[in-house]
Design a protein around this ligand. Structure first.
Ligand SMILES: [Zn+2]
Length: 516
């Protein structure tokens, strides 16, 4: 199978129909029945295949700023894309001498694994914690699903034991894409114009294996860093999309017409295992265009989803530079803000990884707001105060429930979810408040009203959750007196100075002393 000339990308169109397309058909029927999104059997494949298409466009069509605008306004024809994509078709054969995203020297790969091990989130042997699929459900993959699984693994590879390298952005990175109305827009909005794409790259690194590392022997990483490390000075920026942290060869076999365990498609070429060995390419120092980054000890690191998922507390770092400059959005988001300067939508996704185990797959959609020039700092500080206030209230709520249900004793029940419940319950109200703040950013009295409204939202939600949790039958021996006392102290904390200070609201009036 060739990934440039075969129809293998599963998509759905505006009329609801699903089908598989050749990559250059991305703009097919764009005026009357456009392709809306990738529609694969797994959510992580949707994210991976969208990145595949973005990578293909970035690699074969890196535009000047004018060219970027041209295709943003009028999408290219399928014929035009076909001509561009076919220039790299030789590197996109799934099998053969030089195989897409696989090792140049298969004879050196001494370990054989079942094909399920290619899927991130498939259970380690003997465990039953599978993320997307039932244990043992996947024993064979069709070429389409094998290619998607291979790309997803090389792009997001988790730690895999000694010398089994993670993906370029670490295991299970957080990816953020600007989303358009159609799949074409979503792809093109995330292609960087040339000067941004090549920023920091070394010129003259243009041999085919600098773009597609499987066209030459792998830059293996047995030697101790920095010797075995591959950085932006060693390879072309294209390798950010076509990385090779794992040395892998898929093992395909001819078979009777048989269904794929993931997508159900009947196939006469099936993949039941792959060969591998450790010490693939050890990447370091890249600022991948599709991931937000943060600074630690002056080093820029790619962000990963946390245990609590992706929510509004992350919003500032995903769409704006944080006030202290420690978090910066993905380069494609920064480009969107600078070039388009309008409101947009963001799709953020990734795994929560516990070293080599995928605990959870998270994804979220959130707005990208345009802030009037000169007001960015004020706006960021205000948004930051909304988030910090929510953090404070989550703590108050947790403490109040702990006091109500368990007193001073060691916690017996599980209250861990109550904090994330507060975040979830206030998520929908957050974005309207942020929008209002943006609109009122130059008018302080109005901003004040909005911050006050957020304060009320948090307080009301905290009481609702307190009442719900304190009356639940999950906890035995509940003491109504204790609940009432705890509720009163929650009320005092919610109306107290520390919270108002975070939001910049006036202090509550002091009660007049009644003592003589
Ligand atoms: Zn399949």
């Amino acid at each position: 199978m060739n990934l440039i000339t075969d129809p293998w990308i599963p998509i759905h169109r505006a009329n609801g129909k699903t089908e598989r397309i050749v990559p250059w058909e991305l703009t097919d029927r764009i005026d009357d029945n456009p392709i809306l999104a990738v529609a694969s059997p797994r959510p992580d494949f949707d994210g991976a295949l969208t990145q595949f298409l973005i990578g293909l466009l970035q690699t074969t069509c890196t535009p000047s700023e004018d060219q970027w605008w041209d295709w943003h306004e009028i999408a290219p024809s399928t014929e035009e894309l076909k001509v561009r994509f076919e220039t790299v078709a030789h590197a996109f054969e799934l099998e053969g001498g030089k195989a897409f995203m696989q090792d140049f020297n298969p004879e050196q790969l001494e370990k054989r694994f079942d094909i399920a091990a290619l899927l991130i989130g498939s259970p380690p042997k003997g465990s039953s914690t599978d993320l997307f699929i039932k244990q043992d459900a996947v024993e064979q993959l069709c070429p389409h699903c094998a290619a998607a699984a291979l790309f997803a693994l090389q792009t997001q590879a988790p730690e895999g034991g000694r010398g089994y390298r993670t993906g370029m952005r670490g295991g299970g990175p957080l990816t953020t894409l600007v989303v358009g109305k159609q799949l074409w827009d979503t792809c093109w909005l995330n292609v960087l114009e040339a000067s941004r794409y090549h920023a920091g790259a070394v010129s003259g690194i243009t041999e085919a294996p600098d773009h597609f590392p499987w066209l030459a022997p792998t830059r293996t990483s047995e030697s101790k860093p920095p010797a075995g490390v591959t950085t932006p000075v060693h390879v072309h920026p294209d390798q950010q999309f076509w990385s090779l942290p794992r040395r892998i060869r898929l093992v395909g076999e001819e078979c009777e017409l048989t269904p794929c365990d993931l997508c159900g498609t009947a196939t006469e070429r099936i993949f039941r295992s792959f060969l591998t060995r450790n010490y693939g390419v050890n990447y370091d120092g890249f600022e991948h265009p599709l991931s937000p980054h943060y600074k630690r000890d002056a080093t820029l690191l790619p962000a990963h989803p946390g245990r609590d998922g992706i929510g509004y507390r992350d919003w500032l770092g995903l769409t704006e530079n944080s006030p202290d400059g420690s978090h910066r959005p993905a380069r494609v988001v920064t480009q969107f803000r600078n070039l388009i300067g309008e409101e947009g939508r963001l799709w953020a996704f990734g795994y929560d990884m516990d070293s080599n185990k995928a605990r959870c797959w998270y994804e979220a959609r959130m707005p990208i707001l345009f802030v009037p020039p000169g007001c960015e700092d004020t706006f960021r500080k205000q948004v930051d105060s909304l988030v910090k206030a929510a953090e404070k209230v989550a703590g108050y709520l947790y403490n109040a429930l702990k006091a109500a249900l368990f007193g001073q004793t060691k916690i017996r029940g599980d209250l861990g979810s109550v904090k994330s419940e507060l975040w979830k319950s206030t998520e929908a109200a957050f974005y309207p408040h942020v929008r209002d703040l943006r609109d009122a950013v130059q008018e302080e009295p109005l901003a004040h009203l909005i911050l006050d409204s957020w304060h009320r939202t948090l307080r009301d939600t905290a009481f609702v959750l307190f009442d719900r949790y304190s009356r639940t039958g999950d906890f035995d021996a509940v003491d109504p007196g204790k609940i009432a006392t705890a509720r009163n102290s929650l009320g005092r904390a919610l109306g107290g100075v520390p919270l108002k200070k975070i939001l910049g609201l006036p202090k509550p009036p002091r009660k007049k002393s009644t003592s003589p």
